[in-house]
Design a binder for this molecule. Sequence first.
Ligand code: SAM
Length: 274
Amino acid sequence: MAIDKEGFQFVCALLKREAAIVLDESKEYLVESRLSQLARREGLVDANEICRRIIKGDAVLVSQVVESMTTNETSFFRDQHPFEALQSSILPAILERSGSGREIRIWSAASSSGQEAYSIAMLIKEHFSNAANFKIDIIGTDISTEMVRRAAAGSYSQLEVNRGLPAKYLVKYFRKEGHEWFIKDDIRSMVRFEKLNLASPVGLVEHCDVIFMRNVLIYFDIKTKREILSRVGRALKPNGVFFLGAAETTLYVDDNFERCSMGNASCYRLKTVG
Ligand SMILES: C[S@@+](CC[C@H](N)C(=O)[O-])C[C@H]1O[C@@H](n2cnc3c(N)ncnc32)[C@H](O)[C@@H]1O
């Protein structure tokens, strides 16, 4: 059964309030389909029963609805070029200008099930033996409790490791248990995961050398994008580098950033004043 107008509007307002995610009329089918799946999992009749319950204030169901409406699409070494730039230009420069023992912080913002953060950790392990002299701190954050739990578990299906992960990395950095592939402890210990709502003014990750914030700004309106980019500006070290998704830009949103090309990748840096 199609979702009622009142229920749909309530879900849109809820998503905007809780996650800053904007759903327009064209997303009615998506809402209906995600809530129907949730209803089946929870033994409820349909999407409309979920709406009736959340309107009455069922707090557990409210957070399940927010979770179910996030899109968690990701993969290892997604879009490839940012990782090439990290390996060939960005990390060599950071390591060269940093004193031994110094902390290097990389933030994977909206990290979903963790593939991006672990891709960065594997790349460092594979190509930067001198990184052992530094404190490498890779932080993955996401609004979804379930995604943070999955990422921290570091466990992936065959389908997930088939997407983007070079075979030699699978052999070297994963172990197989039953049908699941688990990231090995030496890689897992380089990464930590936390729950963080990017739209919230509190809980920012600070002093970052590199920020990956890819494929998440697309869900927000211009005002939220501006607020988030302004916080990114404060989270980046002065020489820090910032990646957005291939379809995203700071252009017309925040002119404190300048776009730089690195090989086939585009990234952003804070403009220098003066
Ligand atoms: C499409 S995935 C992108 C994952 C990864 N960055 C990538 O590019 O492969 C979007 C992620 O953003 C998260 N997300 C959505 N709204 C968010 C918010 N307000 N704060 C933090 N994360 C959010 C979702 O839970 C989801 O895991």
